[in-house]
Design a protein around this ligand. Structure first.
Ligand code: INS
Ligand code: FE2
Length: 357
């Protein structure tokens, strides 16, 4: 059930083959995934000013997003959704649910999200066939968009999608449709509108409150369910919409050394996330078995049991037992605890181990 992570090698993503393709106006990443020149609508990617049928609605989306994302709002959302007490659902069920969701913030895509999830994961798989943790990350990175469905609280889209940014410090100029922040109360609050605001140099992104949406929610779900995905995957999930950082280089003064390392992977991931938004259709049924096997491997991530251990208290072993956990039997206990089996089973096994050791 462990998703094996090979140590990443960071280097320039690019080869001679890539350069040849670049001359032909297309970009190829390492293995064979070809970056298209234009999005589904024939425009360059992330052009928020291009005349298109989505231009005005995307702008209206960002207006609402920028007015309402405040420190108070983010704190309330984190508190509320941190309980993970809404619904239990398997990863694949979430993927299928998202088929009914169209992202109002996205100028590049108006297809159901399941296509996007699989397009991202398949593009990564083409170039990095051995990084199965990154394939799974691609598959689940946007699942937090389920927040738009009634069972997950039916949040408005401005509280789910779009690029994210820190709250509690000045809104960087590079943020899409920045002008609408002038209607955000935090923008006029001296505690929140300076370069550092409530943060300090190098404090680490983990300490930073990000505008609330699918990224932070899915991060919470992944973390609290004790996914075996590596911490880099959690970083990617949490910050994949943080374009002001990973594209524009803003807010780097808040990063610590670990963030610097993780950012390299996020930038690799982003190429697939963004440029796989094309009209190349995916044969869902064909690739489904592979992704089900990845989900199975990271069995902690079966949201059926674990998205929502709502209202349940985390199960912890008694202190006397914790002392005995150095040995092999203790590891078995940790394993069982991590599986979040019924509490009575854990207590029974705990007692048994205690007696035997
Ligand atoms: O419109 C898109 C979309 O909502 C993506 O899921 C998000 O990750 C991007 O940052 C955003 O620009
Ligand atoms: Fe996303």
């Amino acid at each position: 059930m462990t998703v094996i992570v090979e140590q990443p090698e960071f280097g320039e993503v690019g080869t001679q083959e890539q350069k040849n393709h670049e001359e032909n106006n297309e970009l190829v990443l390492e293995g064979g995934f070809v970056v298209p020149e234009s999005n589904t609508f024939g425009h360059i990617f992330r052009d928020y000013n291009a005349e298109s049928e989505r231009k005005d609605s995307v702008e209206e989306f960002y207006k609402q997003n920028h007015i309402h994302q405040t420190v108070d709002f983010v704190k309330r959302m984190r508190e509320e959704y941190g309980k993970l007490n809404k619904v239990e659902m398997s990863i694949w069920e979430c993927c299928e649910l998202l088929n009914k969701f169209v992202d109002e913030s996205d100028p590049d895509l108006d297809e159901p999200q399941i296509e996007h999830l699989l397009q991202t994961a398949e593009a990564i798989r083409k170039d990095h066939p051995n990084e199965d943790w990154l394939h799974l990350t691609g598959l689940i990175h946007d699942l937090g968009k389920v927040l738009s469905f009634p069972s997950f609280g039916e949040l408005p889209q401005w509280a789910i999608v779009g690029d994210t940014f820190p709250v509690g410090c000045a809104f960087d100029e590079s943020i899409v449709h920045h002008k609408y922040f002038k209607e955000n109360p935090d923008h006029h609050n001296p505690a929140y509108n300076t370069k550092y605001g409530i943060y300090s140099e190098g404090c680490g992104l983990d300490k930073v409150l990000m505008s609330w949406g699918h990224d932070d929610y899915m991060y919470m779900v992944t973390k609290e369910n004790k996914s075996t995905l590596p911490s880099t995957a959690l970083f990617i999930i949490r910050f994949h919409s943080f374009y002001p950082l990973h594209r524009s280089g803003a807010y780097k003064h808040l990063m610590n050394d670990e963030d610097v390392e993780n950012l390299k992977w996020l930038q690799i991931f982003n190429k697939y996330d963004l440029y796989s938004k094309s009209n190349v259709r995916i044969d869902v049924e064909k690739v489904k078995p592979y992704y089900l096997s990845l989900i199975e491997k990271d069995s902690n991530m079966d949201l059926r049991r674990k998205t929502d251990h709502r209202n349940e208290k985390p199960i912890t072993a008694p202190p006397s037992l914790l002392e005995k956990m150095e040995n092999g039997v203790g590891s078995l206990l940790i394993y069982l605890l991590n599986l979040w089996v019924d509490e009575s089973v854990v207590v029974f096994v705990s007692k048994l181990v205690y007696e035997l050791t």
